[in-house]
Design a protein around this ligand. Structure first.
Ligand code: G3H
Ligand code: 13P
Ligand code: ZN
Length: 355
């Protein structure tokens, strides 16, 4: 016979459980506060890698563990739509356990919302266990950006979740993030913005942009030795002016893929069509990582590495139809890329407290 009272209790508990917030601390994640202050002091930057699928996540975790690096796992609105927000959250929780299984005693992993565009989206991520969120009000009029960012900070800080804001506009066309032109951050605005909003870090615009086509050929010069396009340099004078206004304050660089030409060549060799793809030279990112820039966002380079490896594997073995056979070289290639970024560009290797 049904015990109706018990059924009620069970369903009430289920509802409560569904409504209950999850703290990122229960998931073994950390926020960015201590990570960033160590990075600014130590002259290195934390890698913020976007992920949308299991192979990317495996590659990121393996690379972070092998290099003993802290890492930020970034989820965009597009990633949430593609992979399902609940699944992504559990994948991040799984990433912490996986890192431990790989031998890392105390992984430092942040789960971060990339380019949050509304208070509701940020709140939903915070309630689900994200340890950090970005509220990107950079396309809004200044006062609206301040008000929206402040609202997110007030909510996030109640739960010790850190918040990244943005001033200045990056150019670039991607699924969820797009703008035709870039506008450098105005150094004269940063103190007011940081003070009024209470953000924990600030994304700035100094000439980087999203995607694999960061500059038009007209903006570039041609390297006489290689015939490759050389992009214009980043506005380091703007970065320096911002650092002077906000000494020691954590600065974030978006759009920091270097678009490795070997990957673009492999894609083109095996049936792709990526002409005039240009990224940020690694030397400039190395220079930025030594400054107050303490978080560097990389997504496109991982997409290129994955696509190049898959195209090559499928072209070389056209009869293959087991996805594991072409996703294994793709995962290996992404892992190599992430390790290279950590060790040779950002310098975040060997920075874990208790590796
Ligand atoms: O900054 C943008 C990230 O690369 C995410 O791109 O919106 O296509 O996922 P997405
Ligand atoms: P890239 O497109 O240069 O990889 O930039 C990614 C990014 O900024 C994510 O927020
Ligand atoms: Zn970005």
């Amino acid at each position: 016979m049904w015990d109706i009272s018990e059924t009620k209790i069970i369903s009430n508990n289920t509802i409560l459980k569904q409504l209950a917030m999850i703290s990122y601390k229960e998931l073994g994640l950390v926020n960015t506060r201590r990570m960033f202050s160590k990075a600014v002091d130590g002259g290195y930057a934390i890698p913020a890698f976007n992920f949308n699928n299991m192979e990317q996540l495996q590659a990121i975790v393996m690379a972070a563990v092998e290099t003993k690096s802290p890492v930020i796992l970034q989820v965009s609105k597009g990633a949430r739509n593609y992979a399902n927000q609940t699944l992504l959250r559990y994948m991040a929780e799984g990433a912490v356990e996986y890192a431990k299984e790989l031998g890392c005693k105390a992984p430092e992993i942040v789960l971060h919302l990339d380019h949050g565009d509304s208070f509701e989206l940020c709140k939903s991520c915070i309630d689900m266990g994200f340890s950090s969120v970005m509220i990107d009000g950079s396309a809004l009029p200044y006062d609206e950006n301040v008000a929206l960012t402040r609202k997110v900070v007030d909510y996030a800080h109640q739960y010790d979740v850190t918040v990244e804001g943005e001033l200045g506009v990056l150019a670039g066309v991607e699924e969820e993030v797009s703008s035709a032109e870039s506008h450098y951050t105005k150094p004269e605005e940063v103190i007011d913005f940081v003070t009024k909003t209470g953000v924990d870090s600030l994304a700035i615009s100094i000439g980087t942009s999203h995607g694999a086509y960061k500059f038009t050929p007209e903006q570039c010069t041609v390297d006489p030795k290689t015939g490759r396009l050389l992009p214009p340099p980043l506005a380091f004078d703007v970065l320096e002016a911002i650092e002077k206004k906000l000494p020691g304050f954590p600065i974030v660089l978006h759009g920091s893929s270097s678009v490795p030409q070997e990957e673009v060549d492999t894609i083109n060799q095996y049936g792709g069509n990526m002409k005039a793809a240009v990224g940020i030279p690694e030397e400039q990112l190395r220079q930025a990582a030594k400054s107050a820039v303490c978080k560097i966002n990389i997504d496109s380079d991982s997409r290129l590495a994955m696509t190049a490896a898959i195209r090559k594997a499928l072209a070389e073995k056209p009869a293959e139809f087991d996805p594991r056979k072409y996703l294994t070289p793709a995962r290996d290639s992404m892992k190599k890329l992430y390790m290279h970024k950590i060790v040779n560009v950002l310098g975040s290797n060997e920075k874990l407290q208790n590796a």
